[in-house]
Design a protein around this ligand. Structure first.
Ligand code: ADP
Ligand code: MG
Length: 250
């Protein structure tokens, strides 16, 4: 795929914390930078891994602090924080009333669809669409023109060639997860966020998936994999271990 000349992107978390009710589920004081390459975030269930990944993706705002995607020149490409400031809130409200996107919102939205790929822990393809149609639909929504050869190679590596005409109810959990991986990566995103991408897969497909993610990292992408699968560790440039919402080892 032709892409804008893009340098590497780092994901920076600054004094991030997340509280639900009176439970602090994530607490990352100071600045934590995830550079390009493949980072695995490890930790037991409930330790805050998905919460952090969802903040990186911009799905939820942190209770405190700010998450940013920054390029080599330290320019912010995407930011996620609570209460983005009075002026920005007023602008957003006015824009909402007028049903228009502010220029900043349009830029962020373009950044998200062009540069990010998110692999969910529980994939949910569209129940009425075949795998092939689903992958095509994702591209239409993104407005991307993916490289057909790259998609074919993903489909081949993940053993999906004979399954493209099937709908989710005709697929196993692992096949659906592999389909979701193709849809998330086919536009060759510069940022890949994957939440337990290998959880439903057999050993061979765990390795195939991790080597696909490794290839993305080798082409300069910033890949973050949340996993408690030991297979993932073999492919990592760095490992961050979290426990009860705090980093215990980096
Ligand atoms: P992990 O991915 O490491 O298993 P999560 O980030 O999903 O952990 O969850 C961390 C903690 O936050 C858990 O105790 C979970 O119950 C809680 N939690 C996550 N999301 C919510 C939510 N939307 N509302 C309330 N509590 C939540
Ligand atoms: Mg999780």
């Amino acid at each position: 795929m032709k892409r804008l000349e893009q340098d590497s992107i780092s994901i920076v978390s600054r004094d991030i914390s997340m509280t639900y009710g009176d439970q602090k589920v994530l607490d990352l004081p100071g600045s934590v930078t995830i550079p390009e390459g493949l980072t695995v975030i490890q930790g037991s269930s409930g330790s805050g891994k998905s919460t952090w990944l969802n903040i990186m993706a911009g799905f939820v705002a942190p209770t405190n602090g700010e998450m940013q995607h920054v390029n080599n020149q330290q320019e912010s490409l995407y930011s996620n924080k609570q209460n983005p400031g009075y002026l920005k809130r007023v602008m957003a409200l006015v824009a909402q009333r007028l049903l228009v996107q502010t220029r900043a919102e349009a830029k962020e939205s373009r950044y998200r669809s062009e540069s990010m790929g998110y692999i969910r822990q529980q994939p949910a393809l569209h129940p009425e669409l075949s795998l092939e149609k689903y992958i095509r639909l994702v591209h239409e929504v993104r407005g991307s023109q993916p490289d057909g050869d790259y998609i074919s190679s993903l489909i081949g590596q993940l053993g999906l060639s004979s399954l493209l005409g099937k709908k989710p109810r005709e697929l196993s959990g692992g096949e659906e997860q592999r389909g979701a991986i193709v849809a998330a990566l086919a536009h060759e995103p510069q940022i890949v966020l994957a939440d337990e991408p290998t959880s439903a897969l057999d050993h061979a497909n765990k390795r195939n998936t991790m080597s696909i993610l490794r290839d993305r990292a080798n082409s300069g992408a910033t890949v973050v994999v949340v996993s408690h699968d030991s297979v993932a560790l073999d492919y990592a440039d760095r490992i961050i271990r979290v426990d009860s919402g705090v980093i215990v080892k980096e």
